[in-house]
Write a protein of this length. Structure first.
Length: 224
């Protein structure tokens, strides 16, 4: 029909082939939506990578499962300590802190020290040996106050205990108190023979520390 906008037979718009042509804006939108999705995915992945906390000295990732982190340079994961007895857990963490101290990984030693001290605090029995271990954890992590407190606890119960005197010397060294260190060294030298004769188990477990303190005394006496 002349002048009609639509065909009375097929219903198509007059002057068209019967197929609707999508506006240019619709085609652009069809490409834009997937493009935005891809861009968001890439941004998310980059954010995840940049958001990871870097590992401190020793290769122990912060914010992760510290107990299962690998030892520095070992490339192997530590055993799961969650199922260990309190004694086993304390010993594992003590060894870990001492290992980091020997390797010079002070950041990692300081990170594990609170965990190790907490493990010792959960023991049912804490004697001179355990107090010495806690004191040594503090020494390695640079906490002079805790090291001194543990030494005082040992020496209060046994004033001539060799490990208490060794720990007291180390704590005095951390405080840069040469006078106190010298005084504890003299007490150690005076008690060495009689205390060794007691054959205490903790003396055997930390024989190298006792020998080192005795060797230091010998070197000082040999000086002209």
């Amino acid at each position: 029909m002349v002048g009609a906008r639509f065909c009375p037979n097929c219903g198509a718009r007059s002057g068209s082939s019967g197929r609707e042509v999508a506006p240019a804006g619709t085609k652009a939108l069809a490409w834009l939506v997937p493009g935005i999705a891809v861009a968001l995915l890439v941004a998310f992945l980059i954010g995840q990578r940049l958001g990871r906390t870097p590992a401190p000295e020793g290769g122990v990732p912060l914010g992760g499962d510290a107990a299962a982190a690998p030892f520095a340079g070992s490339g192997r994961a530590a055993p799961d300590i969650s199922n260990m007895s309190p004694e086993e857990r304390a010993r594992r963490l003590y060894d870990r802190v001492m290992t980091y101290g020997e390797q010079g990984h002070q950041d990692s030693a300081r990170m594990f020290a609170p965990m190790a001290l907490q493990a010792y605090g959960m023991l049912t029995t804490i004697g001179a040996h355990e107090h010495y271990d806690m004191g040594m954890i503090a020494v390695v992590s640079g906490d002079a106050a805790v090291a001194r407190a543990e030494a005082d606890t040992i020496l209060k119960a046994a004033p001539s205990h060799l490990l208490g005197l060794v720990l007291a010397m180390k704590a005095a060294t951390l405080r840069n108190d040469a006078s106190a260190r010298s005084a504890f060294q003299k007490r150690f030298d005076a008690a060495l023979q009689s205390e060794r004769a007691k054959n205490l188990q903790e003396y055997g477990n930390h024989a190298s520390d006792i020998e080192a303190a005795a060797g230091t005394a010998s070197q000082q006496k040999a000086k002209p």
